[in-house]
Design a binder for this molecule. Structure first.
Ligand code: PEP
Ligand code: MG
Length: 904
């Protein structure tokens, strides 16, 4: 025997005024948000029109069976329908006094406006007479009927809404009137006939045999058919394209389904003592404690949102003749709702002939600024405690407070989209080279640097430009990582852009737009939108509320938060944002600009003397870098990673050199110059590898060129010694990247210790510099116990660990095939943005084995996942002691870490 599953749930009162509600607010997964809160409002005695809710699971069962009803469910629905008729003392379709119902969607997560609703269901050519007789209002009756046919045809049958709007416009023109409200009962009755005709002309009778009469589809007169089709349409709307897109964007599970609420209709359009409106219990834009919202007298719900009539502010409701009592009651309801839900609520209500009804309530959406303000106010008011306040702000929302944004009131067309790689918005002239960006900045012009992909060479331009746009690369591409580190807006991987940097133009695929250098564009790194022209930007105000919430978060969180930074300015910014140290200083970022020539000379010369000279020069410069970093982070740990990238990244690309040689030949350049270039190209070529990401990089560089780590360790130790002598408290730590074998760390650690000891002796200071490793290879995680014997700390480089565990190239996957994986639901998340469970398992194993072998081992995560709230949730449960992220994400990580601790 199969277990009986309850699929339908009543809400509201029975005929004797007793509450017969079967659900409550905790049942959102079953009843959807709307159904669960209608139940809850009924339970706390608020005026809710009675009805019933069909569960979200029924929607999924129906969909998964290929739009076939699970056995017995239609019977159950009809039992609940009969029960509802009994409770309100009216029958659907009754020619004397018909019950009319609304059929509304309502998913577990709010998806405003994405799915379907049908109002006034139950009207037909007979029950319309009953409605008119009961209300003594023929105009209202015919208006309700024409609205029902219009909505049913559009929502349930999928007919174009314009067919009906055009008919209304024709009628208004015939009658010489401007507004819908000027149409008479007679006009509306004629429109009903016209609408039925449009219905018959446009609905395919073969597709709806139930509606076919003599080969023509007829508007359904049987309310049971109306009800069944409407429920099926609402189920179906779960999978309409806009709902699917909304879910994708908001990371909502496609398998939740929507509930369907069948509810007694109440009318806000029954004259001047009727009204309808939407409201928030507080201001959702800035968080002020004031009732906020709009209403319309003599109107139905969609009139308020559609903006066809001018609404009045909610504060005026209680002063509106005929609506005073309901207005006062509504304000009491606001207070009851906040006291009950302990949150800012968003409400839909209707007043029917002076009586207030609540149609919906849910936790109100709000801006970051409002979220902070409301949480703090509610804590002060005793409605919530600090732990709850900290959970009331979405970490991702904090980005809104830290970067310029497109003005919400601005209108614009999106030219193309890329990956939302680094938040914030930028407006500037298109430039194609780092030099052009720098030159423009010197001249006071703002630019957006447009590149196929950026390289370390572009750093100056990236700093000079307002924003960065690439046609290639993913969220951990060079452009993305650097932009986030700088807090610069960046859209990457916008593959519609076909960039010809030589011609200085970009063809935008799918449009007829060709961008040229100097053209103004805007980009929004929070959404990935690219716009032709200048969009207005706003800098949201930073309020003290952010500090307050973050200080509460700090008291709660267990995970530490450090920053990835490689210059003193970023280190200082990170510290200001609350970072407790530097989790990753990528030293290769210190080898750019003028210094690049030195490292190039090192790479391209075999002569040991020349190389030694290069190393000596670099060592001096590095020491200066570290002095600044350690000073900015005085007293806090600064993990300096030894040189990591393949060396050819510091060289020109052989392809560019090849092109240059061709140009030189074409222009008849001197033979010896061409020969020198060719020699350079051959040298450069000799450094290239088929799989550079699996090549001569990470600790392998230190094994092959031991002079490099020695120089770096000497610079680190030297800077620390100098600052110590000045009375400061530098806390550098040395990190060896991309270790796979314990022998690698063993030997490199010994070298580093030797150098530190030498410097300590030379300088006459005591130096205790911790030495640890990055865990970026599966082997390292699996044998973490052996590696931990030689390490003071582990830092999980989850960018590379994702790449090496999944075998997905971090540079190409997001552009080439990840979109297909996401679209086809093979993956739920981009694993370079949110840590994959398999990779997380390796992190867990690494922490457990490492700490078991070396209890003093400190573990952190310094890949991009360290700044992702969802990943932070996972890390909090599996062993790392801290996360490290770009400075601009530090506040967000502090908050997410607190929420993770509370979730535990
Ligand atoms: C990593 O691989 O996660 C990491 C932090 O190092 P990088 O991004 O510099 O390779
Ligand atoms: Mg790495």
């Amino acid at each position: 025997m199969t277990e009986e599953v309850k699929r339908v749930f009543a809400f509201g009162k029975d005929a004797n005024g007793n509450n017969v509600t079967e659900g409550n607010t905790n049942m959102k997964p079953v009843l959807g948000g709307k159904g669960a809160n209608l139940a809850e409002m009924a339970n706390i005695g608020l005026p809710v029109p009675p009805g019933f809710t069909i569960s979200c699971q029924t929607c999924m069962e129906y969909a998964n069976a290929g739009n076939v009803w699970p056995e017995g469910v239609l019977d159950t629905i009809h039992q609940y329908r009969e029960d509802l008729e009994q409770r309100v003392g009216k029958k659907i379709g009754d020619p004397k006094d018909p019950l009319l119902v609304s059929v509304r969607s309502g998913a577990p997560m709010s998806m405003p406006g994405m799915m379907d609703t049908v109002l006034n269901l139950g009207l037909n050519d007979e029950s319309i007479n009953g409605l008119i007789a009961q209300t003594q209002n023929p105009r209202f009756g015919w208006d309700s009927y024409r609205r029902f046919i219009q909505m049913f045809s559009n929502v349930v049958m999928g007919l174009d809404g314009d067919l009906f709007e055009n008919a209304i416009n024709v009628k208004k023109a015939q009658r010489g009137v401007k507004d819908d409200t000027d149409l008479t009962a007679q006009d509306l009755q004629e429109l009903v006939e016209e609408f039925k005709r449009i219905f018959s002309e446009n609905v395919d009778p073969d597709q709806y045999p139930d509606l076919a009469r003599e080969g023509v589809a007829v508007f359904p007169q049987d309310p049971m058919i109306q009800l069944k089709l409407a429920i099926e349409a609402v189920f179906g709307s779960w999978d309409n394209p806009r709902a699917v897109l909304y879910r994708k964007k908001n990371k909502i599970d496609d398998n939740m389904g929507t509930a369907v609420n069948v509810q007694t209709m109440v009318f806000g359009n029954m004259g001047d003592t009727s009204a309808t409106g939407v409201a928030f219990t507080r201001n959702p834009a800035n968080g002020d404690k004031e009732f906020y919202g709009d209403y319309l007298v003599n109107a139905q719900g969609e009139d308020v949102v559609s903006g066809i009539r001018n609404t009045s502010p909610i504060a005026e409701l209680k002063h509106t003749p005929g609506l005073e009592e309901a207005g006062k009651e509504l304000e009491e309801v606001f207070v009851i709702l906040e006291n009950h839900f302990h949150d800012m609520m968003d409400i839909e209500f209707t007043i029917m002939q002076g009586k207030l009804y609540m149609l919906q309530t849910r936790v109100g959406k709000r801006t970051a600024q409002a979220a902070l303000h409301i949480a703090i106010d509610m804590e002060k008011e005793g409605l919530i405690d600090k732990k709850t306040a900290v959970q009331r702000v979405e970490p991702e929302q904090l980005d809104q407070l830290l970067h310029p944004q497109f003005d919400k009131n601005a209108t614009y067309d999106v030219l193309c989209k890329g990956l939302n790689a680094s938040p914030g918005a930028a407006v500037g002239e298109v430039v194609f080279s780092s030099e052009a960006a720098v030159k423009a900045a010197e001249e006071g012009r703002k630019t957006v640097l447009v590149r196929w992909e950026t390289t370390p060479d572009d750093l100056a331009g990236m700093i000079a430009a307002e924003g960065i746009l690439t046609s290639h690369g993913g969220k951990t591409s060079h452009a993305a990582v650097i932009a986030r580190g700088m807090g610069a807006p960046c859209v990457c991987g916008a593959d519609a852009l076909h960039i010809d940097a030589d011609k200085k133009e970009v063809i935008v695929a799918g449009t007829d737009v060709v961008l040229h250098e100097g053209d103004m564009i805007s980009l929004d790194g929070s959404t990935g939108d690219v716009v032709l022209g200048a969009v207005d930007l706003v800098l949201p105000e930073l309020t003290g509320d952010l500090d307050t919430i973050l200080s509460w978060a700090d008291d709660i969180r267990e995970l530490g938060v450090r920053a990835n930074a490689d210059n003193p300015e970023d280190a200082q910014l990170a510290r200001d944002f609350g970072a407790e140290g530097i989790g990753l200083c990528r030293t290769e970022h210190m080898f750019l600009g003028d210094r690049k020539q030195i490292i190039q000379k090192f790479i391209l010369n075999d002569d040991e003397e020349i190389r030694a000279d290069c190393v000596a020069q670099l060592g001096e410069l590095q020491k200066g870098d570290f002095l600044g970093m350690f000073k900015a982070m005085d007293g806090l740990p600064v993990i300096v990673r030894l040189l990591d990238p393949p060396l050819h990244e510091f060289l020109e690309s052989p392809r560019a050199l090849d092109v240059e040689i061709a140009h030189m030949e074409e222009q008849g350049a001197p033979a010896e110059e061409i020969a020198a270039k060719r020699h350079l190209m051959e040298q450069v070529d000799s450094w290239s590898e088929a799989n550079p990401m699996l090549g001569l990089r990470g600790c392998r560089l230190s094994i092959v060129f031991p002079q490099l780590p020695k120089m770096q360790v000497r610079a680190i130790a030297g800077a620390a010694a100098e600052l110590k002598k000045q009375g400061l408290n530098p806390q550098p730590e040395i990190m060896i990247p991309l270790v796979a074998f314990e022998s690698e760390i063993e030997t490199l650690r010994a070298t580093a210790e030797e150098v530190v000891a030498e410097v300590a002796k030379e300088e006459g200071v005591e130096l205790n510099i911790k030495i640890g490793t990055m865990i970026e290879l599966p082997r390292a995680a699996v044998i973490a116990d052996k590696i931990a014997a030689h390490a003071d700390f582990f830092s999980f480089g989850t960018n590379d660990l994702t790449q090496t565990t999944l075998g997905f190239s971090r540079d190409d996957a997001e552009a080439k095939f990840l979109p297909a994986y996401l679209e086809q639901h093979l993956l739920k998340r981009n694993p370079f943005a949110t840590v994959d469970d398999g990779v997380a398992e390796l992190v867990k194993m690494g922490c457990e084995k490492g700490k078991a072998a070396n209890p003093a081992l400190v573990c952190g995560v310094c890949g991009e996942h360290g700044g992702d709230p969802e990943s932070i949730m996972k890390f909090a449960k599996i062993g790392p002691d801290y996360v490290s992220c770009s400075p601009y994400r530090v506040p967000l990580a502090r908050l997410a870490a607190a929420q993770a601790a509370l979730a535990k």
